[in-house]
Design a protein around this ligand. Structure first.
Ligand code: PLP
Length: 446
């Protein structure tokens, strides 16, 4: 089969067929592909040689920007030194070093790390640890898991069960038994154009009390939420909401899991969103930013109390029957160590915090732009919600994404919500360009 057409970096149409692309309109894409061939700093290069300003850190992950030399060199060096080390009953130093480095950044009580390879695996791992923990402490009746409407926790069976996006759930049968959901916190009537955390909505956490009464605390193992719900279209937690969830879960012996796959590693201007919001959960899932997207990696931070609960059996016993061939893969660990060092050396989390007011002012200047019905933001994340076109929900959002692409700017749409999450190295002029491109595109859109 011919793979390359005359232009060396462009694939012939037939060569696009075999790859079944994830979360993609395959037939539409293959008619008119959008291909990246290089990435450096804040820019991608397309296969037709255009520069695309990355307003989305790849896919919420390249927080240090693209192709950063220290990360690239660390990966190259590790690949040449030791490609792989068995994950079970053996170790390699970088795995332990990276766990220590992550714990150093984490909220005080979270001091152990379980490694995996993605956000989805991190979520399924955290849910399994929650169930096993409750059983290990003699509360084996606590088998229920509680997520939230509109939550995104990846695509494993556990993640879609506790997740609350119906398109991700409806095709996959009964999912997991014993899962319930909190209401989401989105309300445009009350909170449209809030800057940072909205004032209204803390009481929505009290719905957890209702679920606890309905099911009885003795049946509930854990609650999992994204502190800032990203993939559903950037929903910022109302003031006091996460604190209330913490109070209720603690009161009833229920574990609280924060899914920080997007928010960890500087996205909101702190190491973890837990620091930003001042709420310490029992577990944190992370992925994406830990290697700045350079090598797949995920993990779960767990509290000392949870870890110690597993350490009481016979000394030679395996404490948790769970793990992945590629848990703490040497390349991912090398990338992670170099990434965390780069964040520190360049003060990138502080930089994000310092830039946040400028970013906020820029995105809120979209208020009044045609079709815009809400702008919301926290740290270096924003959601710009557009009015849906009658009978064509999502069309306006997708057209906005395509028109920005044509103008050399990468944004992401979830339905009719445009999400922005630039790398933490973004310059002020680049923020202005992203926002002015959106203004221009929306102004011209039907
Ligand atoms: C909060 C959250 N959890 C889990 C995931 C799944 O991560 P992955 O795609 O690496 O499996 C994502 C991905 O965007 C996410 O945003």
């Amino acid at each position: 089969m011919t793979v390359l057409s005359e232009q060396p970096s462009r694939l012939a149409p037939a060569a696009l067929e075999a790859y079944w692309m994830p979360f993609t309109a395959n037939r539409q894409f293959k008619q008119k592909p959008r291909m990246f061939v290089r990435a450096e700093g804040m820019y991608y290069t397309t296969d037709d040689g255009r520069q695309i300003l990355d307003g989305f850190a790849g896919l919420w992950c390249c927080n240090a920007g693209h192709g950063r030399k220290p990360i690239v060199e660390a990966i190259q060096k590790q690949a040449a030194t030791m490609d792989y080390s068995p994950a079970f009953q053996m170790g390699h130093p970088a795995a332990f070093e990276l766990a220590n480095a992550i714990v150093e950044l984490a909220p005080h009580s979270l001091d152990h790390v379980f490694f995996c390879n993605s956000g989805s695996e991190a979520v399924d791992t955290a849910l399994k640890i929650a169930l096993a923990y409750q059983r290990a402490r003699g509360e084996g009746g606590r088998t229920r898991l509680i997520g939230r409407e509109r939550g995104y926790h990846g695509v494993g069976f556990g993640g879609i069960a506790v997740g609350g996006i119906s398109a991700n759930r409806k095709m996959y049968g009964a999912l997991m038994a014993g899962v319930d959901h909190l209401p989401h916190t989105h309300n445009l009537e009350k909170n449209a154009f809030s800057k940072g955390q909205p004032e209204w909505g803390a009481h929505l956490a009290d719905e957890l009390e209702r679920l606890v009464t309905l099911h009885d605390p003795s049946t509930i193992a854990a609650v999992i939420v994204e502190p800032m719900a990203g993939s559903t279209g950037v929903l910022i937690p109302p003031k006091g909401y996460l604190q209330r969830l913490r109070e209720i879960t603690s009161k009833h012996g229920i574990l609280l899991i924060f899914d920080e796959v997007i928010t960890a590693f500087g996205r909101v201007g702190t190491s973890f969103a837990s620091d930003f919001f001042g709420v310490e959960p029992d577990m944190i899932t992370f992925a994406k930013g830990v290697t700045s997207g350079s090598v797949p990696m995920g993990g779960v931070l767990v509290s000392n109390a949870i870890y110690q609960q597993f350490m009481g059996g016979p000394a030679g016993a395996i404490e948790l029957f769970h793990g992945y061939t590629y848990s703490a893969h040497p390349l991912a660990c090398a990338a992670g160590l170099a990434t965390l060092k780069l964040y520190k050396d360049e003060g990138l989390f502080e930089r994000a915090a310092k830039l946040a007011p400028k970013f906020e002012a820029a995105v809120h200047s979209l208020k009044g732009t045609k079709h815009v019905i809400d702008v919301r933001n926290i740290g270096l994340v924003a959601g710009i919600e557009l009015a849906a076109r009658p009978n064509a929900v999502g069309a306006r959002g997708f057209e906005t994404y395509l028109a920005c692409w044509d103008r050399g700017v990468l944004v992401r749409n979830t339905g009719d919500i445009i999400a922005l999450a630039p790398a933490l190295i973004v310059e002020e002029a680049q923020i202005d360009r992203i926002v002015s491109t959106l203004k221009e595109v929306l102004g011209g859109l039907a």
